[in-house]
Design a protein around this ligand. Structure first.
Ligand SMILES: [Zn+2]
Length: 195
């Protein structure tokens, strides 16, 4: 589990911001981990805002809903820059499904962190072909802390880092219905692609 080393002074003027990335495949618990960190900040009465790309409307428009039904309210935004306008004087900004934002999100995360905000970004680090899913690689590079969470391979039960797409659909942004994907380990992922 990720244990925050230090969150600095609570006085925002004195506090240093930071960038945290939570990455992994589908079914790896990224959103649950984001919600865990945000809930603890909320309990401490920190000002928390949560954003996600407007295109991700899999479940409910207003909430970040994780696969195990933990719910936290969020604001869908069309563009990464909208987050700067809406974040106000937040202590903590959470952003889910980060892989669906364009590269603008990198400078948005940096600007928030420079202003003293704790920025926590969760997203898929690889697409269904096993390729890095931009802008996640850039965010992982500029982050102070990167946590990679793993699913369990649905073929062999080993740890899984890959999202295997069961349908023949080729578009990169195919919003994930659970039944369209399997979490797979490296071997089962590439064996599946050959057949
Ligand atoms: Zn496997």
């Amino acid at each position: 589990m990720f244990i925050e080393p230090s969150l600095g002074n609570h006085d925002q003027a004195a506090r240093k911001g930071q960038v945290e990335v939570i990455c992994g495949s589908m079914f790896s618990g990224k959103t649950e981990e984001l919600i865990r960190r945000l809930n603890r900040a909320l309990i401490a009465r920190q000002k928390v805002e949560i954003f996600k790309p407007a295109l991700d409307q899999r479940y409910h428009e207003e909430n970040v809903v994780s696969h195990n039904e933990s719910i936290i309210r969020s604001t869908p935004v069309q563009f990464a820059n909208d987050i700067l306008l809406l974040a106000g004087n937040c202590d903590v900004v959470g952003i889910d499904e980060v892989q669906f934002f364009d590269n603008q999100i990198i400078s948005v995360a940096e600007q928030l962190a420079h202003a003293g905000v704790r920025v926590i970004l969760a997203g898929l680090d690889m697409d269904f072909e096993g390729k890095p899913f931009e802008p996640m690689p850039q965010l992982m590079a500029i982050a102070e802390y990167v946590t990679k969470v793993h699913a369990i391979c649905m073929k062999c039960g080993d740890l899984a880092a890959f999202s295997y797409r069961l349908s023949g659909e080729k578009s990169k942004v195919m919003l994930g219905e659970k039944e369209s994907y399997e979490a797979r380990c490296r071997r089962c992922f590439y064996q599946g692609k050959e057949s």
